[in-house]
Each structure stands twice: as C-alpha cells, then as structure tokens.
Design a protein around this ligand. Structure first.
Ligand SMILES: *Cc1c(COP(=O)(O)O)cnc(C)c1O
Length: 377
C-alpha cells in the first residue's frame, strides 16, 4: 500500500463503538478493573490510553516497526530511548544532531556515567574509528540540522550491526513519508512529532518506533516508569496532523525547491543548503535513502548584518524556533537550536552568525520569494 494511503488508513480510521470517523479522545486517567485480580490492557493512563495507542500504532505502521511509543515531546522520546543504555556504556553520536539531543547526552546522561564521542558521520569510517570495547549505540540524523548534511544511513547502520551496536535515527526532518530508517536496518527511529507530523505548530509531542519486540518491551518499561507521555488531546492532534502529511510535505517540498533555486541566483547569498538541489553534497546518497528533498533549507548571507536585517524585515515568514508547520518559519541557529553549543565548535561546523534556516510552509512560493526579496534588499 502507498505510504500516502496509509496516512489515512492506519487501522484506527473508525471508532469501534460508534462507527465515528476517527479516533475518540479518551480523556481519562484510569479504567474500571473488571476482574479485580486481572491486569487489563487499559488500567491507568500513564501505562496506556486508547487515543495514544492509535497514534503509537500509526507511527509503527508508517515506519514499519514492531511497536510505536508516544511521548510528551521529541526530547522526552529521545531521552527515554537513551535510557536503554547503562552507566559505563559508550555512544557514538553524529556531531551535527539536533542541539538538544547532544546536550542531554553531554550534560544529563554524562552524570550517570554514559560516555560519548561526537563524530562527523559524512564519513562512516569515523564511526568505525570511534568504536571502543564499551560502545553500545550509534545515534544518527540525516539530513542534519541546520546545514542539511547527508549521512549514508545504510553504511553507518551496517557498521553498527557488524559490531552489535544499537542504531538510533532521528527522522524528524524527513518523516516516514520520505525516509524509513528501519527499512535501512536501523533499530530505533525517533521523532519530534511537534514538527511535520503534528504539522500545525500547535502541539509538542515525540515518538519512537522500534524494530523488535524485545526493544519494545524495554522501551515500554521506560515510557511507563518515566511517564513522559502525551495527554490524549495532544495525541489526537498528532493523529489528525499525520492525515495530511502527504499533501503538506509535497507542497512544502515543491516550494522549498523553488526557493532554493531562487536563492542560488542572489549575489548576496553566499551558500544555499538544500538536499533537493542536484549539486548538494551527498545528493546521490540522499536519493538512495529518501524519496524527496524535504522542506528544510538553509542559506548564508555575505554578512551577519544582512542576516540580522532579514529577520527583522520578513513579513510572511515568522522568525521563530521550530519547523514543519503550515507557516514558513525562519530560525536563527546560533541563537536558537545551537545556542548551547561551544562557539568555536559551532564555527568549525559551519554554523555561523550569517546562517539562516528556513522551514518552508504552505504559502505560495512566489509570495515567499517576494517577501525574502524585500527582506534581503
Ligand atoms: C525539535 C527537534 C527535536 C526535539 O523535539 P521537541 O518536540 O522540541 O522536544 C529533536 N530532533 C529534531 C531533529 C528536532 O527538530
């Protein structure tokens, strides 16, 4: 079945009790125990809720995994997955992953004895070189944020599997509509559902999908004991968002391509990063593992002053953190997603003060180009 059809027909399209179209919001914290000695599927809502379950089944179906798990945010999904590791373990993490993911490992998990090495995964051999006797996991993201660098997921996952390491992929930027890391051999996929899956900048949510029943059993234990679960309304909003993912993403992607081509023609734009451009580094790898360029791009102006001027002059695009909503969002990586990163390290990676990140929304591309033109001029 086509992935676009699955977005709608996910097994929860009809309410079993009434035939209502869609999933009901089960606004309850607890459930009547029918036989007092017998544990039920729905017992207490931290452990399970039918609305949340519908979202979990949907993301598992879309990513092609054994089980899906919903969380209160992308960060709680990621932190809960990292909870599968133990004190004394070592994790290899792509150096340009989402700032918050690296931060939680470098600060919180470090205090609990987790060791970490950040490597440039554009060269998968860097992973091989970083493996130690206590390495247990590899954490990847492609395309990366905010420079849209491409990592060969299959190559990195193969190295991890050969050495018996868990491979975890953050698939937020691509969504399972464009890229399915489990099909490339990954063990776990994580998402900030706040972004394209929710799709309307109105909910914070996170998801994780596992490849095996055993990983599912272990992650469920963390989900139920940490309890960083979404309420039923938030789960419902993400379920509704997912239904229109295909049309949103296809329109946003087409506009992103137009915008990237136009930015390339500007003399005051020094660099354009968009995986949909034929000349984008790693483009051949990207087209092997994903079915589109996505709706994220970034560019560098020639001066920092021009970049700052852009944010104050844009009228259609909103200067804000986040991405994946219906409105175009222009974020400023050095003062938003990567604010906690050491400045020297940030500059080394190319995340400089003249870098602008755009999450393309559903406005007409020509209107966005007009807005960007007046903001850059
Ligand atoms: C936003 C984001 C996260 C964190 O998700 P929250 O929902 O904000 O907690 C993780 N990874 C990526 C790639 C993101 O864009």
């Amino acid at each position: 079945m086509d992935q676009g059809t699955r977005l709608i027909h996910n097994g929860h399209e009809l309410d079993p009790l009434t035939g209502a179209l869609g999933v009901m919001v089960y606004q309850t914290s607890t459930y009547y125990r029918k036989v007092i000695t017998e544990v039920q599927e729905y017992d207490y809502s931290r452990g399970g809720n039918p609305t949340r379950k519908a979202l979990e089944d949907t993301i598992a179906l879309l990513e092609g995994g054994e089980g899906g798990y919903a969380f209160a945010s992308g960060m709680s999904a990621i932190s809960s997955v990292l909870g599968l590791l133990a004190s004394g373990d070592h994790i290899i993490i792509a150096e340009d992953v989402y700032g918050g993911s690296r931060f939680v490992v470098e600060t919180f998990y470090k205090r609990w004895g987790l060791e970490m090495t950040a490597v440039n995964t554009q060269d998968p051999d860097n992973i091989r070189r970083a493996i130690r006797p206590n390495t247990k996991a590899v954490y990847l993201e492609s395309p990366s944020n905010p420079l849209l660098k491409i990592t060969d997921l299959a190559a990195c996952i193969t190295i991890a599997r050969e050495r018996g390491l868990l491979s975890i992929v953050d698939n937020t930027f691509m969504t399972p509509y464009l890229q399915r890391p489990l099909e490339l051999g990954a063990d776990i996929v994580v998402h900030s559902a706040t972004k394209f899956l929710g799709g309307h900048s109105d909910v914070i949510s996170g998801l994780a999908v596992v490849k095996t029943k055993d990983l599912g059993r272990r992650l469920y234990q963390i989900q139920n004991s940490f309890g960083a679960v979404p309420g039923p309304w938030d789960a419902w909003l993400v379920i509704r968002g997912i239904k229109t993912l295909k049309v949103r993403l296809e329109a946003q992607q087409a506009a992103a391509y137009k915008l990237a081509l136009w930015l390339k023609t500007r003399k005051d734009v020094a660099e354009v990063n968009y995986p949909g451009l034929p000349e984008h580094p790693g483009r051949d790898i990207h087209v092997k593992q994903a079915s589109g360029g996505g709706a994220m791009l970034s560019f560098k102006t020639r001066t920092t002053e021009q970049a700052l001027g852009f944010y104050s002059k844009i009228k259609l695009a909103v200067a804000a953190p986040s991405l994946g909503g219906v409105e175009t969002i222009a974020s400023y990586p050095v003062k938003m997603s990567h604010i906690n990163m050491d400045e020297t390290e940030r500059n080394r990676m190319g995340i400089t003060p003249n870098l602008i990140r755009i999450a393309v929304g559903l406005e007409a591309a020509d209107d966005l180009i007009a807005d960007f033109t007046q903001a850059l001029d």
